[in-house]
Design a protein around this ligand. Structure first.
Ligand code: 1HN
Length: 354
């Protein structure tokens, strides 16, 4: 029989084998394979009224050109200094002022932009410019040249702010991050504005289609007016889901899959009077409030956190946290998560409670 009260002996053994870069699995087994996901991330909410002054102040503190990207990172409070909102996702709010340019570069990380406020900005992806309007969902596919600008007049027009969502922590995990600076601050437009949407946005595509962006959607801008109309019509004429309200996922029209290999994006409408049932899922989800008002309750460490939200607020729901959504007057929510990766690995789990 081996005694189980030989703690000193075990400790000495661990110290000895540590010198050979060995360590005992039995001391960490439970933590390595927990009975349910045990994320270090915590729920968090950024009220726009609270942070907008700091976005404005950042605009006075540094130019977009000097900053390269003038962004305030939405850091998960439990992962400070790690530039991430969940363990796999990065999120930030980017500000560009009239007349400014955010210079061109490319990187292996995929990016999504979700326009939060302001008019007059554009982004360019591999030679095609695209105007940005509030509520638009825009993609920068992996390894494509991209720069941003604001063509409004200085001192007359408003700053434009958008949410950046990137798969930075995931690529860091795989040690697969590469980047390159462009030779010019702004790339030359080589394609007509809107041509991608004309090619792929009418439930049709070119007969001899060859994916321009690999596994990423050939549409890189999904304008809000179309999304809004679809949700509005579905609310009027289709069944409302008891957990999600009316929730649609954005698709790569060439595959039916997610717009980017690493990130799924969604837009949902909660009808007036909606009291959602609780659910949880393994993909941590980041939300940007588009229209209306509502609240989300999140179970965390035995407590129920409630965030009241209004337009341009942002919040994060970590993996396997039970949530419910409510809205008295109705609202529209954009969100993104790393669900495509969970699905590719066959590990995505969702539980919908009654
Ligand atoms: C980036 O390239 C952009 O292109 C935004 O707008 C945020 C965060 C980290 C690394 C690269 C952009 C970024 C980023």
């Amino acid at each position: 029989m081996t005694p189980s009260d030989n703690h000193a002996e075990r400790k000495a053994f661990y110290d000895t084998i540590s010198q050979r870069n060995l360590s005992p699995l039995w001391e960490v087994l439970h933590a390595l394979v927990p009975s349910a996901p045990n994320t270090p991330c915590v729920p968090a909410c950024w009220k726009y009224s609270d942070i907008q002054p700091f976005l404005r102040a950042a605009g006075q503190l540094i130019t977009a050109e000097e900053a390269v990207r003038r962004v305030l990172i939405l850091e998960n409070p439990a992962l400070k200094g790690q530039s991430c909102i969940t363990q796999s996702l990065y999120a930030g709010l980017q500000v560009i002022l009239p007349g400014e340019v955010a210079p061109g570069h490319r990187h292996t990380q995929s990016a999504l932009r979700f326009v939060v406020e302001g008019q007059g900005a554009y982004t360019a992806v591999d030679g095609e410019r695209c105007r940005m309007a509030p509520g638009d969902f825009i993609i920068t596919p992996s390894w494509t040249w991209h720069d941003h600008g604001h063509s409004g007049k200085v001192e007359v027009d408003e700053p434009v702010v958008w949410l950046d969502g990137l798969d930075i922590p995931m690529l860091k995990f795989f040690d697969a991050g590469f980047a390159e600076n462009g030779s010019a601050a702004s790339q030359r437009a080589t394609k007509p504005e809107g041509v991608s949407l004309h090619k792929y946005g009418a439930n049709m595509m070119p007969v001899r289609h060859q994916s321009p962006f690999g596994q990423t959607s050939p549409i890189f801008s999904y304008p809000y007016d179309r999304t809004r109309e679809a949700l509005h019509n579905l609310e009027q004429h289709a069944e409302v889901d008891a957990w999600d309200g009316v929730k649609l996922r954005y698709v790569n029209p060439a595959t039916g899959g997610s717009p980017m290999p690493t990130m799924a994006t969604f837009m949902q409408r909660l009808p007036a009077g909606f009291e959602g049932k609780p659910y949880r899922q393994t993909d941590g989800e980041v939300f940007s409030v588009v229209e209306g008002q509502g609240s989300i309750s999140i179970e965390h460490s035995g407590k129920t956190l409630v965030y009241q939200f209004s337009p341009r607020d942002h919040f994060v729901v970590p993996s396997w946290h039970t949530v419910r959504l409510n809205s008295q007057l109705g609202c529209v929510l954009f969100s993104f998560s790393d669900r495509p990766v969970h699905q590719a690995l066959g590990i995505h789990k969702e539980e919908r409670m009654s």
